[in-house]
Design a protein around this ligand. Structure first.
Ligand SMILES: Cc1cc2nc3c(=O)[nH]c(=O)nc-3n(C[C@H](O)[C@H](O)[C@H](O)COP(=O)(O)O)c2cc1C
Length: 336
């Protein structure tokens, strides 16, 4: 049997990547997912209990988290590099320095050009997976030499570009456009989503929001509870001027939308975000009046299991779902 391309690239058992999440995906979550056979990822502000403006200190906090993951598992894991633009590059450069010194197994690079750090990371022996939201961006990433691309569909939680391609159309477009392995995410939370992703041409899957509602996630219990109680159309896409963010639709999101509608200045919006940002929800537990980045899949999340258990349950359910799919496909075509 030919091995799955993501599994052979990363040296993991299941091609399931826990997506990086600011203030949420720390060492405990990353290690639990890696230990269960997927790939865990450290996100920005992992393990942190305060906002740190200094780039050097931020990077050193990440080094501690890397060491914590290593103390919990010998399996491969990844670290997020949020590239950014302009001033932000000083933060990402310091993170990249730590990643190369620590020789982490993989980097998930997002929000920025693929030619910024790919060569440096690869020269240090680090596998590079680059997050994209259009087929053109995926081709650019391939040209820059990344090892795999990660599609982030419109359903996904968190910040992304202004394109609104859903996972359903983005994934096959990207699978057709590049030769390197394709991981896809945005709206995946169970075995049905995994099968759909495979049908669309993905080699691996990327889950963020589903892992946010697990025991090991660093989200405050109030946030986990808000996700579990959220139903149906419970998220909204907010125009953050330079990006869009998919968030849980709470009073923060309502107020932010009102401010945008009434023409609030960038300064006012920035001040509002400083006082109601993700730290206030994820760390302090203000689940109503602070920002909770969250994907549409929240409407299908009803529990907060241990992350390893969740991963094993998704894998265990695949066989049944596949048999069901096969039978439906036969009924569809009328074949016996
Ligand atoms: C709470 C939260 C925080 C996030 N923070 C980041 C981040 O810091 N860096 C990043 O590259 N992506 C971030 N994302 C996006 C995820 O990595 C991923 O693209 C997304 O969760 C996948 O869609 P899903 O939420 O439907 O699973 C975040 C998502 C969530 C839900």
């Amino acid at each position: 049997m030919t091995q799955n391309r993501i599994c052979s690239l990363l040296g993991i058992r299941y091609p399931v990547i826990q997506a990086p999440m600011n203030w949420v995906s720390g060492a405990a979550l990353a290690a639990a997912v890696s230990e269960a056979g997927g790939m865990g990822t450290l996100g920005p502000n992992s393990g942190a209990d305060s906002i740190e403006p200094d780039a050097e200190k931020t990077a050193e906090r990440m080094r501690e988290q890397i060491q914590k993951v290593r103390s919990r598992t010998a399996k491969p894991f990844a670290v997020n590099v949020v590239v950014g633009f302009g001033e932000d590059l000083k933060y990402s450069q310091k993170i990249v320095d730590v990643l190369t010194e620590e020789k982490v197994p993989a980097a998930i690079v997002s929000v920025g050009r693929p030619d910024t750090y790919t060569e440096t990371l690869k020269n240090a022996g680090i596998k590079v997976l680059h997050a994209i939201s259009t087929a053109r961006h995926a081709q650019k990433a391939q040209q820059a030499g990344v090892d795999a691309v990660i599609c982030e569909g419109y359903e996904a939680g968190g910040h992304k570009g202004f394109t609104e391609l859903t996972t359903f159309v983005l994934t096959p477009m990207v699978a057709d456009a590049v030769d390197i392995p394709v991981v896809t995410g945005g709206g995946i939370g169970d075995a049905r989503g995994v099968l759909a992703a495979l049908a669309l041409g993905a080699d691996g899957i990327y889950m963020g929001s589903r892992f946010m509602a697990t025991q090991e996630s660093e989200s405050h219990d109030n946030v986990k509870q808000a996700i579990v109680t959220a139903k149906d159309a419970c998220t909204i896409s907010l125009d953050k001027q330079f990006m869009i963010a998919r968030d849980l639709n709470n009073t923060f999101a309502e107020q932010f939308r009102e401010m945008r509608k009434s023409g609030a200045t960038l300064e006012d919006l920035g001040k509002y975000l400083d006082e109601h940002g993700q730290y206030h929800a994820q760390h302090l537990g203000r689940a109503q009046d602070a920002e909770i980045c969250c994907g549409q899949i929240a409407g299908l999340i009803n529990d907060t299991p241990p992350a390893g258990e969740l991963l094993r349950a998704v894998i265990a359910d695949l066989e049944n779902r596949f048999a069901e799919l096969e039978s439906r496909a036969r009924q569809f075509t009328g074949s016996p």
